[in-house]
Design a protein around this ligand. Structure first.
Ligand code: CTP
Ligand code: CA
Length: 230
């Protein structure tokens, strides 16, 4: 457990953490969403603050209390998340994308509530891709030395194992660290626990055994701290 003796190894650092799941509106009252609770992102924000960092937490649709000593910015859509995280990343020592941004949004958002047709027909929802925030931050690198961290929840498939797919995603995204959850066994959403492998672009793989989201958060900051330049 970490408590009074927590190392202040992030003192003087500014870190940006995203959390929660985005909503993509169809009309003023309806949206496409996902089940991300934000718990892991909030645990990351709390752990970084405990280690002395100045923390900006960008929270998408979470219903969790603001962590003490953390600047919280609330957003709803992937577009809004991008518009907050990308500028914040420009002056950050580390960016951790723990949020689940929706990959797609409706092509059109209706200004008025969509009404049900009397003939029993249903509208088709056409989607377009959202910006990839992690990819944008990782490839633009406005500031040398920023450590960029992504998350991936994977199940293996016929093209590869969980770790094969995760290694490919790490390379595709261009981030420095990828925190990989194997979700083949079932849902992790809203669970107090997590287990993961933290892959480094430098080839490292760190197993984090099943434990609290706080323990995983500290294991992630351990990896970030050792990569930060002096
Ligand atoms: N991510 C992001 N912007 C998006 C989608 C995802 O920044 N529009 C980030 C997530 O926050 C996460 C990482 O990218 O840190 C991986 O998300 P994931 O959904 O696994 O990646 P995708 O490229 O969307 O791949 P997939 O087709 O497997 O969903
Ligand atoms: Ca995705």
């Amino acid at each position: 457990a970490r408590g009074a003796g927590t190392a202040q190894d992030l003192a003087g650092r500014h870190v940006v953490v995203s959390a929660g799941g985005t909503r993509e509106y169809l009309d003023p009252v309806r949206f496409l969403g996902n089940r991300s609770s934000g718990l892991q992102g909030y645990a990351l924000a709390r752990a970084a603050a405990a280690r002395g960092a100045e923390v900006t937490l960008v929270a998408a649709n979470t219903s969790l209390p603001d962590p003490a000593g953390v600047k919280v910015v609330r957003v709803e859509t992937t577009g809004q998340l991008r518009d907050v995280v990308v500028p914040a990343a420009a002056s950050a020592d580390a960016v951790v994308m723990a949020a689940a941004p929706a990959d797609f949004r409706p092509l059109a958002v209706s200004d008025a509530k969509i009404k049900k047709a009397s003939d029993g027909s249903a509208p088709a929802i056409e989607l377009q891709q959202n910006p990839d925030i992690l990819h944008e931050i990782s490839t633009s690198r406005p500031r040398a030395g920023t450590v960029v961290v992504g998350f991936a929840a994977e199940t293996g498939d016929e093209t590869g194992s969980v770790l094969d797919l995760a290694r490919a995603k790490l390379a595709r995204k261009g981030c420095d660290l990828l925190v990989v959850n194997d979700v083949s066994g079932g849902a992790v959403f809203g669970s107090p626990d997590n287990e993961a492998v933290i892959l480094g672009a430098d080839g490292t793989a760190t197993d984090v055994p099943r434990g609290s989201k706080s323990a995983l958060a500290h294991a992630i900051w351990d990896q970030v701290a050792r990569r930060l330049q002096d």
